[in-house]
Each structure stands twice: as structure tokens, then as C-alpha cells.
Ligand binder design. Structure first.
Ligand code: C5P
Length: 421
């Protein structure tokens, strides 16, 4: 089974561990959740600390572990209300009888019970206990109350228990729990997409236009890119419900409605801003910019004066922005563009692999009727192997229509990837 990690990247999970022998499984659960790209913060009750140390969870989650309610140092770091707001999901695993009872009664006498009351995020509990305690009327009554209150209860497995009993009460395996969490975000994402648009809730960054590489304070190297395709894509992504940031090289185009535009000039500036956007959160990165392949090795401080018949300017290679972003560990879904004058498909497919992209849209710029300054375009889209979509032709159409078809292609790729197979 494969998943679109960009759907869940940056999702924040509080894993609350309470007292019980199953707490050791929660250590593995942190690993699995981290493997899937979640940001995990662990909250431990006093009981949990009798079974496993906070240090274990700190090492595994890469975040400080939260154990006490009224600790001034911890509150100064991330207070309990802030923590409650931070979470996209609170998963209590294992959830002890005592914790269930506290939740059901609305007590707030420790960090976890306070968090439970203070969070707006969905709360899941994975009860784990002796089969007799599970079957006890009070436990079942508390569970019914929690279900009525909107808590999602993950049913325990049956089997032999640490205490020697056999019956219901074992915490499901960490892999199963992690799977359920991913499935949940997957379903939630699809529901939002169906309701609001194909890219609803996605954060999209689009690079567009040419870059400008200074020679001296008054001259530069650039190219003929107008930025039209990138601007049309930014507009189409916004129309599909995404939050869009457009990193625009120097172009004379109006900013599309609803799009946040950041003007940049050189390739280095475009890369810096791209990395910054990645840190802020980006699910889909669309590189339409015609980035100058080379920049001037040493930009003259003052205007270069006319002298002699020849002028030699030494150039150095610019970084490849899209390839650099694609190499990052928490990488977004990567879309590149290729403008070619011959062997269009072959070169584009090569770039898809070389730059480690998820998708590439290519066009033949030797055709006068499409490409660069034209208002129309025609494209062929290639997908990375795992999307099982191979290739798609986008027929000649306005750049706006092409942009919409590209949004559909991105959506289809994302959904192909997240569909359990
Ligand atoms: O290698 P080539 O320039 O043909 O690749 C085109 C794709 O790579 C486009 O998506 C373009 O925006 C991106 N690119 C980049 N940084 C570069 C060069 C190209 O992001 N320095």
C-alpha cells in the first residue's frame, strides 16, 4: 500500500501514553507515525512513567515530552492550552481505565485530562486493560459516555494478556494504529476535496517568470519568459481551493485574485524564498519559472565602462531550484516543466527522473502557436512511476484551460497514490 505523504505531512499528533504494559508498544507507534511524516508530541501520565521513560519518547519523537500540568518551565516552553491547540489529532494509546473515567467525568487534575477538555482536535482512545476491567460495567458506561461526547474508540484486540488472562483488552499493534491514523487523514482530505475543490486545504507554491542575473548595477542576463503559464496555474490552484504562494520573477502581470505574490529577481533569491516557503509548509511545488542556468561570477559594483572590442564575463552555474526542493526530506509533491525544441518527450521524461519529480509537463517551444509569449499552450504530462498514470496529453487550449487540466492531473496523481491498492 502506498500513500501521498504530502496529504499528511506537517500534521501534528499528540500521542498520550497512560499507565499500562502496552505503553511499550507506543514507542513503536511513535516510530511508525514519524515514518509517515507526522509531527508527534508525547504526553505521559504518571502511570505511564512507571512503565517507560519520557527520555525514550523524547528520543523517538524528536520533541520534548510533556508530563506535568503545573510545571512553570514546561508551561514556558509550550503551555497546556497551546499544546491543546497545536494538535490535529489526540491519540491516547494505551488508554487506561482511569483515564477513560477521568475523560468521562470531565476531571482536569492532570495534564492529559486538562488537554482533553482544552482541545478542539478529534480525540481517539485505544483502551488497553485486563479483560475483566474492560468488561466492567463502569468501564463500559464510561466508554458509552465518551462515544456520545464524540470520542473515537479503537476497540481492543482479543488474546492472551500480560496478566495471564485471555480476552478483550489488548492494544492493537502499532502498525495497525498508525494505519488507522493515516486512513483517517486520507478520508478527511478527500471529504474536504469533494466539498470545496480538488486542491482544498493544500498549500501550493508556484515559481514563475524569468530570473534576472545582474552583471552590474544597470545590466542583467535574463530570458523571454512572460510568466503567463505560472500565473495561470497559480490562479487555477486558488480556484481549486488551495492556498497559493507565487514566487514571481520580474514580469508585468497582475497578481491573480487570492494569490499571495512574492517578487524575486535572481535564481539564488528564488531558491532562498522557495526554501523558506518549504519551512512554512508546502504540499505541492510547481516550478514553471525559466530560471537562468548561469549567473555572473562576480557582479561589478559599478557600471562597467565601455572599453576595447571584447568584454568577457565569466558565468557560474545556478542551483537547480526544483531539484533542490525535491531532495529535501519533507518534500512536497513536485511538478516541473520542460520547454524543448526537439525530442520533447524523451528530454522531459529524462528530467522527471533526473530531478526526482512526481510530474512533469512539457511543451514544444519550437512551435510558434504555443509556448513562451503565446496565450495558448499544449502539453504532455508525465508522472513518476508510482502514480501509475504514465502520460497524459493536454490538447491545445488557452493557458487558463491548460492550467485547469494540470490541476486535475495533480489531483489525480495525488489520489491515485493515496488510494489503497
Ligand atoms: O533543466 P530545465 O531548465 O529544462 O528544467 C526545467 C524545470 O526545472 C522547470 O520546472 C524549471 O522551473 C526548473 N528549474 C529550476 N531551477 C533551475 C532550472 C530549472 O527550478 N535552475
Amino acid at each position: 500500500m502506498s500513500f501521498d505523504l504530502s496529504v499528511i505531512s506537517n500534521k501534528k499528533i499528540i500521542l498520550a501514553v497512560t499507565g499500562g504494559i502496552a505503553a511499550y508498544k507506543s514507542a513503536i507507534l511513535v516510530r511508525r507515525l514519524k515514518d509517515f511524516g507526522f509531527d508527534v508530541r508525547v504526553v505521559m501520565t504518571q502511570g505511564a512513567q512507571a512503565f517507560i521513560t519520557p527520555l525514550t519518547f523524547q528520543a523517538l519523537s524528536g520533541n520534548p515530552v510533556h508530563t506535568t500540568l503545573l510545571d512553570s518551565e514546561a508551561e514556558a516552553g509550550m503551555g497546556h492550552i497551546e499544546l491543546a491547540r497545536w494538535a490535529d489529532l489526540v491519540l491516547v494509546a494505551p488508554a487506561s481505565c482511569d483515564t477513560l473515567a477521568k475523560f468521562a467525568a470531565g476531571l482536569a487534575d492532570d495534564l492529559l485530562s486538562t488537554l482533553y477538555l482544552a482541545t478542539k482536535a478529534p480525540v481517539w482512545v485505544a483502551p488497553a486493560m485486563n479483560q475483566q476491567m474492560w468488561a466492567a460495567k463502569a468501564t463500559q458506561r464510561n466508554l458509552n459516555t465518551l462515544v456520545e461526547d464524540g470520542v473515537h474508540v479503537i476497540m481492543p484486540d482479543a488474546g492472551s494478556q500480560a496478566c495471564g488472562d485471555v480476552g478483550l483488552g489488548r492494544m492493537p499493534e502499532p502498525e495497525d494504529l498508525a494505519q488507522q491514523v493515516i486512513d483517517y487523514f486520507h478520508r478527511a482530505q478527500r471529504a474536504i476535496a469533494e466539498k470545496f475543490g480538488m486542491l482544498a486545504g493544500k498549500r501550493v507554491v508556484v515559481t514563475a517568470g524569468p530570473t534576472r542575473e545582474a552583471i552590474d548595477p544597470v545590466r542583467y542576463i535574463s530570458n523571454h519568459s512572460t510568466g503567463k503559464m505560472g500565473f495561470a496555474i497559480a490562479a487555477a490552484c486558488y480556484a481549486a481551493g488551495a492556498k497559493v504562494t507565487l514566487l514571481a520573477g520580474p514580469v508585468s502581470l497582475d497578481t491573480p485574485n487570492g494569490v499571495r505574490r512574492i517578487n524575486v529577481s535572481s535564481a539564488i533569491k528564488m531558491l532562498d524564498e522557495s526554501m523558506h516557503q518549504l519551512e512554512e509548509g508546502c504540499d505541492i511545488f510547481i516550478a514553471t519559472a525559466a530560471v537562468a542556468d548561469y549567473r555572473v561570477a562576480e557582479v561589478a559594483e559599478h557600471k562597467i565602462k565601455k572599453a576595447g572590442d571584447e568584454l568577457h564575463v565569466s558565468l557560474v552555474k545556478n542551483p537547480d531550484i526544483v531539484a533542490t526542493i525535491a531532495q529535501q526530506t519533507k518534500r512536497p509533491f513536485m511538478v516541473g516543466f520542460a520547454a524543448e525544441t526537439r525530442n520533447v518527450e524523451e528530454y522531459a521524461a529524462g528530467k522527471l527522473v533526473a530531478k526526482k519529480l512526481d510530474m512533469i509537463a512539457c511543451n514544444d517551444v519550437s512551435r510558434a502557436d504555443i509556448g513562451f509569449a503565446s496565450d495558448e499552450n499544449a502539453m504532455i504530462v508525465f508522472f513518476a512511476d508510482q502514480y501509475q498514470l504514465e502520460k497524459r496529453d493536454l490538447e491545445k487550449a488557452s493557458k487558463q484551460e491548460i492550467a485547469q487540466q494540470l490541476v486535475e492531473a495533480i489531483h489525480d496523481a495525488l489520489h491515485h497514490e493515496i488510494e489503497p491498492v
